[in-house]
Write a protein that binds this ligand. Structure first.
Ligand code: FCB
Length: 471
């Protein structure tokens, strides 16, 4: 690999360089302009769910500071911005009456981005379901898929003339399992069968929304953003292999197999019935035509990549779980994020991109999230020396570049995140931003990584050595 960190890595001319955020994590203004409670407002307002009792009530106050935040993007030189829309801002009751003030906010934001030469990438659902719909069963109820279509229609009617990139759902597996099986995210449920119903309705709402989006926005490019870890069995033993098959299966194949027209994986369905997560009749929530709708062709697949994950059968004693030569996780502290259990593993990014490309053949891929949590703060001169994040970005971009060289149709990269923000159950304790945010004063300070990213983008655009690169 050529020297890294500059234009010697040749990215295509039309490659999108971006950063991402999501509505609940940055907007604040949780009850302003007729917005109602989302499940995340509800969850965070209940005691004991979030570290230090924090909430997204104010977060980065982006609802009021969006124009300054666009200025930040311009300074970094990104040409794409991924953000999400708050469903209860647009449809306070989840369906029915459209709140024009809510849509006005996003229309102003989109116009501001376009004036600054930044391509908007909109995620429709980044987990903040209207509480009104949760009260009727949330995504476990089939009727919520119909509400999602109304929502997708209202948003694309208003913005579809100016926005062509649409992500239906962010990380449906995280919303499904962390929110409904493990109860650590909103709505805080712990029921495996409910979780699988939720997964199905998310997929169904995704597929059914595609024609709705296209009707309002003929130029639309539509896809979904999946989180995929570099997941491997911890050793060559059959026990670890079986655990890995299940982990990778339930978190990735369960979603992508139906999305790409293959139905739910029969081996996993059987297993879910066997262990009582599904009733004996199996997928009783699937109706005729659902799988066809779910596999409506998409234009791209978004990948959120953060870490390597080893699957180990901890229930089997080490002397029996042979061979026990377990892959070693990195012993160096440098290689761990502050997010517990998140190992820095750049090579996994190109591996995951090829796995998914060769397995499912999406037309295009985007890295819709990639980033690291370290809490480096401003020093006495106000400088945030987040050298670990710079190294993280540099090494992951090298890995992405390797994928491009091997012919993977990778079209863009979105660093997570533009700003330090509300990191779900961890509140403000995990800082993923390129920009440091003082949550008391709302002051924003670029970290060194933001300057580094700016230079990297600029060089990758200018480098004469890349003159012959494909566009
Ligand atoms: C992803 C989420 C995103 C952010 C990052 C750190 O799972 O999509 O909102 O929280 O993790």
């Amino acid at each position: 690999m050529a020297k890294m960190g500059n234009g010697e890595m040749c990215f295509p001319k039309d490659f999108l360089w971006g950063a991402g955020t999501s509505a609940y994590q940055i907007e604040g203004a949780w009850d302003e302009d007729s917005k109602t409670e989302s499940i995340w407002d509800h969850f965070a307002h209940a005691k004991g769910n979030i570290s230090n009792g924090e909430t997204g009530d104010i977060a980065c106050d982006h609802y009021h500071r969006w124009s300054d935040d666009i200025a930040l993007m311009k300074s970094i030189g990104i040409n794409a911005y991924r953000f999400s829309i708050s469903w209860p801002r647009v449809l306070p009751h989840g369906r029915g009456i459209v709140n024009q003030k809510g849509l006005d906010f996003y229309a102003r934001l989109v116009d501001g981005l376009l004036e600054s030469g930044i391509v908007p990438f909109i995620t429709l659902f980044h987990w903040d379901l209207p509480q009104a719909l949760q009260n009727e069963g949330g995504f476990a109820a089939r009727s919520t898929t119909e509400a999602f279509l109304e929502y997708a229609d209202a948003v694309t009617r208003r913005l579809g003339d100016r926005v062509s990139n649409w992500i239906t759902h962010n990380e449906p597996s995280v919303f499904t399992y962390i929110g409904h099986k493990y109860g650590k995210h909103a709505p805080g449920l712990q029921d495996s069968y409910t979780a699988l119903r939720v997964a199905h309705h998310l997929l169904l709402s995704h597929g059914k929304s595609i024609p709705v989006i296209r009707a309002n926005c003929p130029a639309a490019k539509v896809g979904m953003a999946m989180n995929v870890n570099y997941n491997l069995p911890a050793s060559a033993s059959r026990f670890d292999y079986a655990v890995w098959q299940y982990d990778y299966g339930m978190w990735t194949r369960w979603f992508l197999d139906p999305l790409y027209g293959r139905n739910y994986p029969p081996d996993l369905v059987e297993r879910e019935i066997e262990i009582g997560e599904l009733p004996p009749e199996g997928l009783d929530f699937v109706q005729d035509g659902d799988l066809k709708a779910i596999s409506t062709p998409t234009d791209f697949l978004g990948i959120n990549y953060y870490t390597r994950q080893l699957s180990r059968d901890a229930a089997v004693p080490e002397n029996i779980n042979a061979p026990v030569s377990v892959f070693q996780l990195s012993p160096s502290a440098e290689n761990w994020q502050e997010m517990e259990g998140w190992e820095v593993y750049p090579d996994g990014l190109s591996k995951v991109l090829s796995w998914l490309y060769y397995e499912y053949q999406p037309q295009a891929l985007y890295i819709t999230e990639n980033g690291a949590s370290w809490s480096d703060a401003p020093d006495e001169n106000g400088q945030v020396k987040d050298t670990r994040r710079i190294s993280f970005l540099e090494r992951h971009l090298a890995s992405a570049h390797e994928s491009l060289q091997s012919g993977i149709p990778l079209k863009g990269y979105f660093a997570w995140s533009l700003l330090d923000n509300f990191e779900w159950g961890y509140g403000f304790s995990q800082r993923f931003g390129l920009t440091w945010v003082d949550f008391e004063t709302q002051k924003r300070i670029f970290k060194d990584s933001a300057w580094w990213y700016r230079d990297f983008i600029a060089k990758s655009r200018e480098s004469s050595r890349c003159a012959d690169r494909k566009t």
